[in-house]
Design a binder for this molecule. Structure first.
Ligand code: NAD
Length: 250
């Protein structure tokens, strides 16, 4: 069991990749705090994990709210004794080209995808220090590495910022045995991409850009996140794990 004895907090853990990570982490021995704004789905997942004999708890977490983060981290420490792993996974997409994106829409995506990662990191670090170290896994995107014509500027900018916030965190906290790495998934079959996958034209263009010729599934990413969360990655910090079917290799 690769996460035996570990306690993890996963933002956006109620569905999609976050939920896949929660299930896999529990299978690998972790106790998991699932943080999300989707309360019904989050509670369903908590019940499913408990029914299978695992330990999980749902907390309502709006990632732009620092008090919510403090409560989520306190829940990990009070219910499960400590916090070893934070997966900053919550995120939203966006649409538009630079000249027709409103400031409000820009700020909404940046607040959740970028500021949300900053707040989670900020609040988790003191708890990880109390635990003697930890691992922060930030979910960026292949679009945090390269640009593309049919995504939005605010999404790509937010994911690029996650990449470098991760490196700043890695450098500032390495001496305290707190690691930070970013993960860069390509297109994955989750609710986020459902509408785009249902459009035959967008689907064809997207798959045409993936050398492996298919969308990824949530477990493709969860297995990489598991590695970075675990002690197998004890010498890995400030790195970028690209899980994109070859998108950025071209
Ligand atoms: P998803 O929409 O299926 O799930 C995202 C989860 O985040 C949801 O449960 C949602 O309720 C939660 N969330 C959204 N805003 C939140 C907020 N303000 N506070 C708390 N929770 C919030 O998406 P997904 O595809 O599983 O994406 C997970 C992460 O992976 C995101 O950061 C996304 O940008 C990134 N990503 C996705 C893809 C893809 O193709 N699906 C590719 C690269 C990166």
């Amino acid at each position: 069991m690769r996460l035996a004895g570990k306690v993890a907090l996963i933002s956006g853990g109620a569905r999609g990749m976050g939920a896949a990570e929660a299930r896999l982490f529990v299978e690998e021995g972790a106790k998991v705090v699932i943080g999300d704004i989707r309360e019904a789905l989050g509670r369903e997942l908590e019940a499913e994990i408990k029914a299978s004999g695992g330990e999980a708890i749902f907390v309502r977490l709006e990632v732009t709210n620092e008090t919510d983060w403090q409560q989520a981290v306190a829940t990990a420490e009070q219910q499960f004794g400590k916090l070893d792993v934070l997966v900053n996974n919550a995120g939203i997409s966006g649409s538009g080209r630079v000249e027709n994106v409103t400031l409000e829409e820009w700020n909404r995506v940046m607040d959740i995808n970028s500021t949300g990662v900053f707040l989670g990191t900020k609040v988790a670090i003191p708890a990880m220090r109390r635990a003697g170290g930890g691992s922060i896994v930030n979910i960026s995107s292949q679009l945090g590495l390269v640009g593309v014509d049919n995504s939005s500027p605010q999404y790509q900018a937010s994911k690029g910022s996650v990449r470098l916030l991760t490196k700043a965190t890695a450098i500032q906290y390495a001496k305290e045995n707190i690691r930070a790495n970013s993960v860069h998934p390509g297109p994955i079959e989750t609710p986020m991409t459902e509408a785009r996958r249902a459009d035959p034209e967008v689907r064809e263009v997207t798959i045409g850009r993936i050398p492996l010729g298919r969308y990824g599934v949530p477990d493709d990413v969860a297995k990489g996140v598991l590695y970075l969360a675990s002690d197998d990655a004890s010498f890995v910090t400030g790195s970028e794990l690209v899980i994109d079917g070859g998108w950025t290799a071209q």
